[in-house]
Design a protein. Structure first.
Length: 164
């Protein structure tokens, strides 16, 4: 069975995933999805361990992880902020919304706040074109955004976080 890695990642979780899925390369995506769900991202040690224990090479796993945008190689914040930059949102000012978020949270696209609360990422489409411009925080959609509305949302969330 697995053991803790040098960085403290419990590799026994990888062993359990392999036990459920098998060792063939054609089940790499479900294994990676489950690993990411468990760890919040895909730690390098866990990927190396998965390659050692399965029919997948490190290059194959890395190719899958970097091809699909759902996979992350770095830890993310407690909350994911996704800003739609699809055509409708772009036309309605998505760049301005991203700038306000950057100003409020002091991070750029793809970065996580110092306190680990938020990770911000631009996405191609959230499927809410009639509400453009749109952002999602975790599973909550915020539409018809303005600069002031974005600032208000994060002020409310900051108040909520401070009382939890």
């Amino acid at each position: 069975m697995g053991q803790a890695s040098r960085s403290g990642i419990d590799l026994a979780h990888v062993d359990a995933i392999i036990a459920r899925h098998g060792t063939q390369a054609d089940v790499a995506i479900p294994m990676l999805q489950e690993m990411q769900e468990r760890y919040g991202y895909l730690p390098a040690e866990a990927l190396r361990y998965l390659a050692e224990k399965t029919d997948c090479t490190p290059a194959q796993l890395y190719g899958v992880v970097t091809f699909y945008s759902q996979f992350r190689l770095k830890p993310v914040g407690k909350h994911m902020v996704r800003v739609c930059h699809g055509t409708a949102c772009h036309v309605q000012g998505a760049e301005h919304i991203s700038q306000v978020i950057s100003d409020v949270l002091h991070v750029k696209d793809g970065e996580t706040t110092e306190d680990g609360l938020y990770t911000v990422e631009s996405v191609a489409c959230l499927g809410c074109c009639s509400l453009s411009p749109v952002m999602m925080i975790d599973d909550t959609v915020y539409g018809r955004l303005t600069r002031a509305e974005v600032q208000k949302i994060f002020k409310q969330r900051a108040r909520q976080e401070s009382t939890e």
